[in-house]
Design a protein around this ligand. Structure first.
Ligand SMILES: Nc1nc2c(c(=O)[nH]1)N[C@H]1C(S)=C(S)[C@@H](COP(=O)(O)O)O[C@H]1N2
Ligand SMILES: [Mo]
Length: 328
């Protein structure tokens, strides 16, 4: 269950989670994770039928460790086993199968990486990753990510609050929205041969959502740099919204006055609105959203889906006066 929050500046800053703790946990959970990858199906058009080692970073392999501090942004539910977090993914640029990203995302060049900042802000232009993210100020947040296909994972992310990064570009008062765009290289991303979506993948937030304390830019998970299949080198994590809002491998940030296009809204507006807040009371046109499968918890593990994915206290005020069945 989701617990109480403490603002980051109030959090204990002198504890760093030892990597060995994760490595131990990974070893303990290895068997369970592999089991969980067997025979589970998504509500969508893809399924993972075989247990296999992700091509990215393996638990026993040499991951690049990050320095970070712990925070009280965490939930007490057990974190999803590393193998499931990195082996069961949605990253359609590499294919629509849940194991496609782990098999093919290694082809993506993630270094050097720069981000183009555009639109209604004081500081725009091309910025190196290290000029966007303060790698000396990384923190860990354990968030549940709830996919629109009615499954969820609990992931220990490493990163920085999105708001602090956006503020550093000094957006103007006319900037009411922010759009994010994923890297696109058709030679490296074999899934982009198929027009499942209109590439590049784009997402967006209203400005007040983007600067909410929960919105997060992740550069790592489980204490190490992000594996490519999870959106290296930098991806969004918006824990109160369906997983597809958490756009991966961000290559452009654009401040706009009007509501920007988003890939899933463009592809099926009736099914995927702009807001995409987790809402157990509004069924997807093709399936219920009232409960979700717990990835890595065994074949039958389920939980009730919570309003705003359990983060109601932090975000409900953003939507006061809005009909969330209409603005879905
Ligand atoms: N660029 C891009 N970002 C993306 C996606 C995608 O296909 N392309 N899939 C989204 C969906 S549907 C989900 S559920 C999450 C999955 O994140 P994870 O694989 O790290 O768990 O990534 C989101 N970000
Ligand atoms: Mo998703």
């Amino acid at each position: 269950m989701f617990r109480r929050f403490q603002a980051p500046w109030q959090a204990n800053t002198d504890t760093v989670t030892p990597k060995s703790l994760y490595l131990n946990r990974r070893k303990i959970m290895a068997a369970g994770g592999a089991l969980a990858l067997t025979g589970i199906t998504g509500c969508g058009n893809a399924q993972s039928s075989t247990a296999q080692t992700p091509a990215g970073r393996h638990p026993s392999g040499p991951g690049t460790a990050l320095d970070f501090r712990q925070t009280d942004y965490r939930i007490s539910d057990p974190s999803t086993p590393y193998d499931a977090v990195t082996g069961y993914n949605n990253f359609y640029e590499f294919g629509v199968g849940k194991d496609d990203p782990a098999r093919h995302a290694h082809a993506m060049t993630t270094s050097p990486w720069s981000i183009s900042v555009e639109g209604l802000a004081e500081r725009t232009g091309e910025f190196a990753l290290a000029d966007v993210i303060d790698f000396g100020a990384l923190e860990e947040r354990i968030y549940r990510l709830r996919c629109v296909e009615a499954w969820s994972m609990v992931i220990p992310w490493i990163g920085v609050p999105l708001g602090s990064v956006l503020q550093s570009f000094q957006p103007s008062s006319e900037a009411r929205y922010v759009q994010f765009e994923t890297y696109l290289n058709r030679d490296e991303m074999r899934g982009t041969r198929f027009r499942v979506l209109d590439w590049p993948y784009v997402e967006g937030l209203r400005m007040d959502e983007a600067v909410n304390e929960l919105a997060f830019l992740a550069v790592g998970l489980y204490g190490e740099v992000l594996p490519n299949q999870n959106g290296a080198p930098i991806r969004l994590v918006v824990p109160w919204k369906y997983g597809y809002k958490s756009i991966k491998s961000i290559r452009a940030i654009r401040f706009t006055a009007e509501q920007p296009d988003t890939s899933w809204n463009l592809s099926a507006p009736h099914e995927y609105g702009f807001y995409s807040n987790v809402n157990p009371n509004r069924a997807h046109p093709r399936w219920s959203q009232s409960s979700e499968r717990v990835i890595g918890g065994g074949v039958f593990a389920r939980r009730e889906t919570e309003m705003f994915n359990g983060y109601e206290e932090q975000v409900a005020s953003l939507y006061e006066g809005m009909d969330l069945l209409v603005n879905h």
